[in-house]
Design a protein around this ligand. Sequence first.
Ligand SMILES: Nc1ncnc2c1ncn2[C@@H]1O[C@H](COP(=O)(O)OP(=O)(O)OP(=O)(O)O)[C@@H](O)[C@H]1O
Length: 583
Amino acid sequence: MFRLLRYMKKYWYIAILAPIFMIIEVGMDMFLTKYMQLMVDDGISIGSMDNIIHYGLIMIGILVLGVAGGMLSNIFTNISCYKFGNDLRKAVFTKIMDLSIHQADKFKTGSLVTRVTNDITQIQNMIAMCLRGLIRSASFFVLGIIFTLSISKNFGGVLLVVLPLEIVLMIIFMAILFPVFKKIQDKLDKVNTVVLENVQGSRVVKAFSKEQYEYNRFVGVNYDYTEKVLFVSKITAFLSPLLNLIVYGGQIIIYYMGGTVIVDAFKNGITPTLMVGQITQAITYITMICMSLLMLGMTFTMIARAYASASRINEVLDEKLELIDGNLDIALIEDKDKGTISFEHVSFGYPGAKEDILKDLNFKVKKGETIAVVGSTGCGKSTLVNLMVRLFDTKSGTVYINGHDVKEYKKEDLHKIVAICLQKAELFAGTIEDNIAFGKPDATLDEIKWAARVAQAEEFILGKDEGYQEVVTEKGTSLSGGQKQRMSIARAILRKPEILIFDDSTSALDLVTEAKLYQAMKADLSYVTKIIVAQRIATAKNADRILVLDKGVIESFGTHDELMENSLVYKDIYLSQLKREEE
Ligand SMILES: Nc1ncnc2c1ncn2[C@@H]1O[C@H](COP(=O)(O)OP(=O)(O)OP(=O)(O)O)[C@@H](O)[C@H]1O
């Protein structure tokens, strides 16, 4: 956990002011109690109005200083803690963005959300508690003991009984509670995971009428989480009254001891060594000491909870990045290599899978060529193109883009050269213009319109009430599947990459629109190398060459006519689709 405190380093000068002002507040509280005693014993008891006014004015001054100290302490605590939380959240988020897809899958989305939000809040609260509460409680505790003993050494005996009892009680409670904190965070992960899955997949849930099933799943994980949290609150609910019992016990003993001294003095006609005000003062201190011990206990509970959260955050921060950027200067890429792709002995398998999905692939693509990738579903087409944008690294062999191993590139540079349009069109909350300009925020409206025109999106965009300014939701519910695909195509085109990849990105377009799209791309993007993953032979047929994947290997690679002659797999797919169309 201490490692995470490095994010506090920048704000140490603000953080240090919080306990300083807190000590002022505590000091003033102590003095206030002292002046209350003087007010009783040296003012009210002897009927001196002058002393009452004198002590009253001092008490007002002390109060003002105490309140100011408390307020400033709160302000500095909050500033430093929120800034710490902000920086830590940024660091964890950045790390999450750098994780490979396998690594993100390993943590699960719901758990990553809990870590960035709730876990960081736990640490933030713990630091606030330490800056304010720990210093406050520790000061009250130490000063309380000193002030109590300064009234009468005999009260030390009361502390010797009360404090060990309280400490033992708290140790028992902590031992019960500490192991539960990690479990609470894990249960919260599960709640977040189910919520996220349902928000992301709400259409599927509705389409399959699985609302009740999903509701039951949510109720299950929510119940588990609530059970754990309730367990902690039930235990804590016992702690407070039990501690109060000990405090009241201590107060009764003090009343008894103090009362005995005063009564004995009256009986013997001598001046008592203790005054009424001092007994009240001792009672206040004993309560203060016990309460501060309770607060210390609470602080340790928060430290334990934050410790569990910190280890979950460190798991993310310590995750060794799989995809480390290279340092290639893309300005040095030779013109003859631009727009080329080459796979040399490339094999790839997903972690944990028994067999490789891609086995020893070798092929080259020239600048400006249009290559279609076909094959049965699940044969590895998306995996193949994902290797070109380095969403994963190969298990063996090398993928060359523009003549350089993809590992040599900085991710940002590689994605300037290669743009991919993923199978599932993802939109973000914002206008149509924002969504198209996502990959090139400085694009002019003319460029955006050009990209939309090539992507065959202009017509439907202009049909919207607000045109390019029409607001779409994150899930793009106001757009059809084909419209979303065309926006996502426009987004990739706008970047004017050297290599453009469509991963089954036109599956929702009718054949006429698809043909128009490829025609427009041929006219406006002839210099761009295009890789088109396609299910439909009608899409693949017009490509310069077609790569047929089968059982992880390249079954054949050639033009439509060549493949119709030489490739059994291609011919099979072609004939089955033709038959389906005829039927
Ligand atoms: N993240 C992953 N982890 C483990 N296995 C995966 C992962 N992604 C895909 N696979 C598996 O790898 C294989 C190839 O998947 P891929 O998506 O590349 O196939 P595809 O040919 O594009 O399929 P489709 O035509 O249906 O889109 C499939 O068997 C799939 O189950």
